[in-house]
Design a protein around this ligand. Structure first.
Ligand code: ZN
Length: 457
């Protein structure tokens, strides 16, 4: 028997018969394309979210503001000088400094530690070509885990090659420590898959290749804000369920799947749960984070400011890229105790949700994870995982409205169940437990570099 039947009907009815979700997704994409940190679209989107939630009556609403270093894209040119003279399509990677220099090219393949060891005498001062690809047997290294060892080895430049064909240069920010000097990053560009292949052809044929990078990017200081909406029942019991998503995206596209999709779904859940707030036992905190694409800036800031409330969080649902027409996956962390419970709830919705214990250290749940907070990275996986995200092609029409409605209805109903559960078995983990668990993930070097390593040495 489904004890939530009545509430489920209200929630599903609201979500499936309203146009708000579609309207919010489309407007975020087309009126505030990219919503890049520090851009007019980024600030405009924050205002739009606040105004829209206000129009739904959602309160209290607060803006959580923090200081940061913004990056502004200039022009970028990548040209082979020899053995041929040819301009290549490229994109500056966020935080890349301005540059006007010639380099020799070194091919580091997938850029794993074994590649670096083999080629270590060739790194210093040169432009290093690295694929966004990993061996099937792993380890699965992220762009930043390949980039930081190259900074430490004093590489001259970082050339990051898309793993999927389609003449799409990838973007993605570089590791950056907000409390160090401004100019600390390597000149870096993203290159299409096909361009990587052409560079390798000339390099292998000639034995060497010279290229020139010319970029005019700049950095400036400013402030940006997370947006927090607390929705409480008449007699809140002190527990909190978090639903979070980042509203910022990359400046080169609509940033539709990544992450207007998650933003619009969190706004929709806030709208619907606010209408039925008298049925809540505790508080549902909806947070739209800024600065995720620039290094999880908003969520790191929030966790630092909210240390005192972390114990009261039952569970965090972090929605990042939920617009693909595929099965919803919940990748849970710090939450072994509730895996079976979540599977049972999913069956009763009923909803085909994949639930697996798997830590993804690259979205806004990660700063919470590091503090032991239980939660799930919620995603509908796309082509090669990321789908069109981080390329020009992440445009509004790629997001499936059906997927957004489904995810909103599933997550809203799971949130109700976590909120109502009398015998909630999941607790915040200790820092020692996290430190031990995180060892195999190869993230210490990156977190130390960015100043986000939460453990004493
Ligand atoms: Zn994202």
């Amino acid at each position: 028997m489904n004890q939530y039947r009545e509430l489920d009907e209200l929630i599903c009815g609201e979500i499936w018969t309203s146009m708000d979700l579609e309207e919010n997704h489309r407007r975020l994409c087309l009126e505030y394309p990219g919503r890049f940190s520090g851009s007019p679209e980024g600030f405009g989107a924050a205002e739009y979210i606040v105004d829209t939630l206000t129009s739904y009556g959602v309160n209290p609403l607060q803006k959580e503001t923090y200081e940061t270093i913004f990056w502004k894209r200039g022009t970028a040119e990548c040209r082979i000088l020899s053995p041929v003279n040819r301009e290549l399509p490229c994109l500056a990677l966020p935080y890349s400094p301005a540059c006007n220099r010639e380099f020799s090219l070194v091919d580091l393949g997938m850029g794993h530690p074994v590649d670096l060891e083999r080629m270590c005498h060739l790194i210093k001062g040169n432009a290093i070509l690295v694929d966004d690809n990993n061996p099937p047997a792993g380890p699965h290294l992220h762009r930043l885990q390949k980039y930081v060892p190259l900074v430490k080895s004093e590489a001259g430049a970082f050339l990051f090659v898309n793993k999927s064909p389609g003449m799409l240069a990838p973007t993605g920010s570089l590791a950056f420590n907000q409390s160090r000097e401004m100019d600390q990053a390597l000149p870096a560009v993203g290159l299409p898959f096909e361009t990587g292949a052409e560079l390798r052809y000339w390099l292998n044929r000639n034995g060497s290749l010279n290229l020139k990078l010319v970029m005019n990017n700049s950095l400036f200081r400013g402030q940006e804000s997370n947006i927090i909406a607390d929705i409480s029942g008449p007699d809140p019991n002190g527990s909190m369920v978090l639903i979070t998503a980042h509203y910022d995206g990359h400046d080169i596209s609509h940033a539709s799947v990544d992450n207007a999709s998650g933003t619009a779904v969190v706004m929709e859940i806030a709208r619907v749960l606010f209408k039925h707030r008298h049925q809540l036992k505790g508080t549902v905190r909806c947070i739209l984070f800024a600065g995720e694409e620039m290094g999880l800036l908003g969520s790191h800031h929030h966790v630092k400011k909210q240390v005192k409330t972390l114990d009261s969080i039952r569970f965090q649902f972090n929605l990042d890229c939920v617009g693909h027409d595929s099965r919803l996956a919940l990748m849970i962390h710090n939450a072994s105790q509730v895996k079976t419970w979540l599977e049972t709830q999913a069956k009763q919705l009923p909803a085909p949700i994949d639930i697996q214990e798997y830590l993804v250290p690259f979205s806004d749940h990660f700063p919470f994870y590091l503090q032991g907070v239980p939660g799930a990275f919620c995603v509908t996986p796309g082509r090669d995982g990321r789908g069109w995200g981080h390329t020009y092609a992440d445009s509004f029409e790629k997001t499936s409205m059906e997927a957004l409605h489904k995810v909103a209805a599933y997550i809203a109903r799971l949130v109700i169940r976590v909120d109502h559960e009398k015998d909630w078995r999941c607790q915040r983990q200790t820092l020692q437990a996290i430190r031990k668990e995180i060892e195999p993930y190869n993230v210490e070097e990156l977190l130390q570099f960015e100043g986000h390593w939460p453990f004493s040495p």
